[in-house]
Design a binder for this molecule. Structure first.
Ligand SMILES: [Fe+2]
Length: 331
């Protein structure tokens, strides 16, 4: 049994994983969120894995001590880290015989860790802790393959996702599908965004390919004053972290469950899978959030390019069986 403070109402503590686990669909003020010691990672942490009943999108908060580091490692899970406070750097490489590549980060940045690349994080501030919000697909991989070792002790290298390229941490270019290929984004709150009338009124949005990830999908969405998204029901577990401003979100399902949630800068919202949702701004300022999805279902179903509608594809065929009537076996 590890020593830990009393568990607040609406949360539970998982002794084995050493995680404090809030329940519900909104977590408030992550910069001040309760954290419990996590000796096995030399950190203090809370995990949002159970918000919304999620089972495939892993999310956790991890605080690194002043001047601290965490052991370097590899894992097959796709990962991205948003920095809530503090500054530091990470070292990364693919091939064992390559020099590490360093990327510096600070509050408001997000970095991606490509699948199974070696990496290590360092707190650059000798006097203050850092706080990172990590998004991962670990739980889904472990459920799918039933093996912790497959995720953490895997010799395969995804050279197509990261191959120690010199421009890995600096590139920021538009892909043919409209996404932006970038592996680190600095200052998300001020990243320029493109108009996105398909998503709603007075909405701006970019979608990113980060870390060469296949499943984890990243967007930044901003609504002008009185902006609103249309109602939508994505085929993916998702989390929205408010970068600025204030929001009003409606969530409802076909069983008559309905809630209005007011949330804003520093809060995280995780609408449950299969539930309709609609977001509007509140107050006079524009409002912006980071949207992270585990998009694996859409990838598997062959419609990964429409992250906002993501309907189940209509596969009712126009042909029930091929016409064999004119076919003759060649002699
Ligand atoms: Fe890691």
């Amino acid at each position: 049994m590890s020593e830990h403070p009393p568990v607040p109402p609406g949360m539970r503590y998982d002794e084995r994983r050493q995680f404090l686990l809030p329940q519900g669909i909104v977590a408030r003020n992550l910069a001040q969120h309760p954290l419990f010691p996590r000796p096995k990672r030399n950190s203090r942490a809370a995990a949002f894995d159970e918000l919304a009943g999620n089972t495939t999108l892993g999310i956790h908060l991890s605080q690194m001590a002043p001047g601290g580091t965490k052991p370097g490692h590899r894992h097959v899970d796709e990962a991205a880290l948003f920095v809530i406070y503090g500054y530091g750097y990470s070292e990364m490489k693919q091939a064992d015989d390559k020099e590490v590549q360093r990327v510096d980060w600070k509050a408001g940045d997000i970095i991606s860790i490509p699948s199974n690349a070696w990496h290590q994080h360092f707190n650059g501030d000798p006097d203050n802790p850092t706080l990172q919000l990590a998004f991962k697909n670990t739980r889904w991989l472990r459920t799918l393959f039933g093996s912790r070792d497959f995720v953490y002790e895997n010799d395969f290298r995804f050279h197509d996702r990261y191959d120690d390229e010199a421009d890995y941490w600096t590139r920021h270019k538009e892909l043919e599908d409209g996404r932006i290929d970038a592996n680190v984004l600095h200052d998300l709150a001020n990243e320029p965004l493109a108009p996105a009338p398909d998503y709603g009124e007075l909405v701006h949005m970019n979608r990113y390919r980060m870390g060469g990830h296949y499943m984890l999908d990243f967007s930044i969405v901003e609504m002008e004053r009185r902006g609103r998204t249309r109602a939508h029901r994505p085929l993916a577990e998702e989390a929205l972290y408010a970068l600025s401003g204030r929001f009003r979100t409606w969530v409802w399902d076909e069983d008559g469950n309905e809630n209005l949630i007011e949330w804003g800068e520093g809060d995280m919202l995780t609408p449950p899978l299969g539930v309709w949702r609609r977001h509007t701004t509140r107050g006079h300022e524009p409002a912006r959030y980071l949207l992270v999805r585990n998009n694996f279902l859409n990838v598997a179903l062959g419609n990964p390019d429409d992250p906002l509608r993501t309907p189940i594809p209509n596969r009712y065929p126009t042909v029930i069986e091929p016409d064999y009537s004119g076919y003759e076996e060649p002699i």
